[in-house]
Design a protein around this ligand. Sequence first.
Ligand code: ATP
Ligand code: MG
Ligand code: MG
Ligand code: MG
Length: 473
Amino acid sequence: MTSSAELRTAFLEFFRARGHEVVASSPLIPGNDPTLLFTNAGMVQFKDVFLGSDHRPYARATTAQRCVRAGGKHNDLENVGYTARHHTFFEMLGNFSFGDYFKREAIHFAWEFLTVVLKLPAEKLWVTVYASDDEAHAIWAQEIGVPVERIVRIGDNKGAAYASDNFWQMGDTGPCGPCTEIFYDHGPDVAGGPPGSPDEDGDRYIEIWNLVFMQFNRDESGTMHPLPKPSVDTGMGLERLAAVLQHVHSNYEIDLFVRLIAAAAAATNVRDLHSPSLKVIADHIRSTAFLIVDGIVPSNEGRGYVLRRIMRRAIRHGYKLGQNQPFFHRLVAPLVAEMGAAYPELAAAQDFVTRTVLGEEEQFAKTLETGMKLLESVIAELSGTVIPGEVVFQLYDTHGFPVDLTADIARERELSLDMAGFERAMEAQRARSRAASQFGTYRSDSIAVAGSTEFSGYTTLEDAGTIVALFRD
Ligand code: ATP
Ligand code: MG
Ligand code: MG
Ligand code: MG
């Protein structure tokens, strides 16, 4: 059994021994990047180094970076609880070359780490390359010796039947480039097809490592400009790697999650450790706690609203398990026990995080139950499968239910939301408040809209739009 902590160290030491500077994880709030909601990859703290506007005393670096993918370009919030491999918060192991080595060394390093250091059987590994990247294909096939049947060419997924995409980008703008990815085959007991096949979205062939050949900077108009020097940015999910090494098929069965799920079960008095709600709660306490550590507090806009949405989803899952007393804050201590050694800033903030979570639980408790009763009565009388927009709005406006929380409940019942109706109700509310505020009678803060003021990368209604899109297919 190789623990997550051992894997983190093994990775960093492997690259340190190969001339890489071990750099600490940066916070989840990108230092000076208003286009990005949260740090969503290891490369984020090095963005300006790739662009050539920042210089470091090293040309190679390695990190274990905390990441959150709960909004913006990389958003896995809707996947949590439904796939074996997605979290809102995860750790990304990465090695970086700033104009130093390129494709050949990056591929050789990755293969050596996986097959020599970790001793993964080569025949369980598949790779993908960017459709036109003959160079990467040749390195894999001829130098490494991966059989061509297990090397899949994948484009940038315009109109393809599959979802994967071998052109990586941090966000709508910024450094980007073609990539090559390494997948692990969890075996025929797990459903899913190989990368690039129509059923690739299962959990059998799991993407573990992405090696990005950073070559371009995409600007606002979408034009790609070559970077000063071709560079390398890689990212491997620590939890996915731990699942492979611990011979389990789901991230939620690794050492750390088994203990967090047990703690979630104890906090909610649940006996069945397989309840999907426990996974959601165990996942969400990590993003919640680390976002608070990194300076976010729950609020009605911007990043604070994303945090609130994550927390309320977790609280609602507790409610679904029969818990109507505050419980979520009780998971902070077990999380510190798991991760406080690797992240001393988490241990240091334990009390503050606990109080902040409890505060949100107490606040939401006032409206959660009445909101749930309203929704249950609407669902009981529903003739079709669509929850009316006015109800979604009322839950949002009066009961503090973020739209994606209502969508999460709807999805469990195979229902969808009338988002157009929701937007009309929202617009009518805005018009009323504009009219009223001319006379100074309406407290505009009581209808604070969930849109963004802190960053320019997304708005909540757009996000709600992606939720609707999810229900369409
Ligand atoms: P997937 O296709 O599985 O959603 P991705 O292609 O979006 O992953 P990348 O952007 O390439 O992921 O990130 C690099 C690595 O980080 C992935 O290969 C994976 O190991 C890990 N990773 C990405 N998203 C998550 C997540 N939500 N939870 C846990 N690990 C993740
Ligand atoms: Mg993804
Ligand atoms: Mg992928
Ligand atoms: Mg990828």
